[in-house]
Write a protein that binds this ligand. Structure first.
Ligand code: ZN
Length: 414
């Protein structure tokens, strides 16, 4: 693949983990020159949150040396020359409820790399930081850069002692050799070092041959209020491709699709069939979409269904090729070893929050036998075999990550 092809077609999906006030959002902003705060209403509806995202292209100046040659700006900060694109990145970051966000990341199959933000003005690890390392271990992601923030508050010596604490904390984990980079996002200090490290990461091998599948991570109505009904544009969906390739003009199916009215206790949904009218990767129009990065797709769907993220958590594929819609499933539950949470047996009807795909969904324990769980979902979703499910329980009035599982053969379909 040509460099141009990579920057045009595929991006590295980067998730951020870290305490809400440890500087995640300013780091994302420093890297992409965008704010991602537009998602502050993230958990309003149906316990479904969205991955926020901001895209950028990492460029390298050919005249400058070392980390300072890397930037996401149009001009080299060193020599004012024009740097060349080397890698497209999509930063997935949602301020708002950080614990739920972390769960969404844990269930996600679209994260390639993680920036793990740890602030130096608190001892490491804080309880949540411990939880975040568990998530990294669940995902099995080795492309991790630890970003040490707030070093300007504590000074050099305390920062070094804090770095030693982090090293001790990650020892024995899958990221034991991860780089720890002190960064001051607001002053731009060492942001270029992080960019260089990201640019040198290997793009994961993408599956371009399978039947294509993508998740809806955002959805919009792009029409102005009161627009002429005969001139309305179809709904727009923001998606992350998991595998395969989507092309303009193709027919796609969105499942579970639109929720049908009616007073029956069980919710019913109808799949949506539509056409890909156009696609953009955020900066330009593209002809086809492959895994890596987030893609905006114009469809012919009635915008009433796509407005205000109405289709988030849906799965999209070629018509008739999608996995079953499930409203209940069983799986082996793998409990995380946590000494900070009391042992508690799963109760029947206990509510759970789960990260699955790119959706965070609410469910209830239907059966719990040894390490086997049967869970009933509040809203049905389309999910593939092998999808990771991160599980949070409400313990001491807080949602805590307690374990995870994987959708297996025994999943029920309807
Ligand atoms: Zn330069």
């Amino acid at each position: 693949m040509q460099l141009d092809d990579i920057t045009k077609h595929s991006a590295l999906n980067i998730g951020t983990l870290g305490h809400i006030d440890h500087g995640k959002t300013s780091l994302t902003r420093a890297i992409t020159n965008t704010w991602t705060d537009r998602h502050s209403e993230s958990i309003k509806r149906n316990m479904t949150i969205k991955l926020g995202y901001a895209d950028a292209i990492i460029k390298k100046c050919e005249k400058c040396e070392g980390a300072s040659a890397y930037t996401t700006l149009d001009k080299c900060t060193g020599c004012e020359g024009t740097p060349k694109p080397v890698m497209r990145i999509s930063m997935l970051d949602a301020p708002g409820h950080e614990t739920l966000m972390a769960t969404a990341i844990a269930g996600s199959s679209v994260i390639d790399a993680i920036l793990f933000v740890i602030a130096a003005n608190e001892p490491a690890p804080m309880p949540q930081t411990r939880e975040h390392l568990m998530i990294i271990n669940i995902l099995g992601i080795k492309n991790v850069i630890i970003v040490q923030t707030k070093i300007d508050i504590v000074g050099r010596e305390a920062a070094l002692a804090h770095e030693a604490q982090i090293r001790k904390f990650i020892k024995g984990s899958i990221i034991e050799n991860a780089p720890i980079i002190p960064v001051m996002p607001n002053l731009g200090v060492n942001v270029d070092v992080v960019l260089e490290m990201i640019a040198k990461m290997q793009l994961p091998k993408r599956d371009l041959e399978s039947d294509p599948i993508m998740y809806v991570v955002r959805s919009f109505d792009v029409n102005k209020p009161g627009a002429d009904a005969t001139k309305l544009s179809g709904g727009v969906i923001g998606c992350a491709v998991v595998k395969g390739r989507f092309k303009i003009g193709e027919e796609i199916e969105i499942r579970p699709g639109m929720r049908l009215g009616g007073k029956s206790k069980k919710e019913t949904y109808e799949p949506i069939i539509t056409i890909i009218k156009s696609m953009t990767n955020g900066t330009e129009q593209i002809e086809d979409a492959i895994p890596g990065g987030l893609i905006g797709i114009s469809t012919e769907v009635d915008p009433t269904f796509t407005k205000t993220d109405g289709l988030v958590g849906n799965m999209v594929g070629h018509t008739g090729k999608l996995p079953a819609v499930i409203s209940e499933f069983s799986m082996k539950y793998i409990k995380l070893k946590r000494d900070d949470i009391p042992e508690q047996h799963m109760q029947e009807n206990e509510p759970l929050i789960m990260g699955m795909g790119t959706a965070t969904v609410l469910g209830y324990v239907k059966k719990s036998k040894k390490d086997n769980l049967t869970i009933e979902l509040k809203h049905p979703i389309s999910a593939e075999r092998g999808t990771k499910v991160a599980i949070m329980r409400n313990i001491g009035h807080r949602w805590r990550l307690t374990g995870y599982g994987q959708l297996g053969a025994q999943q029920g379909s309807k």
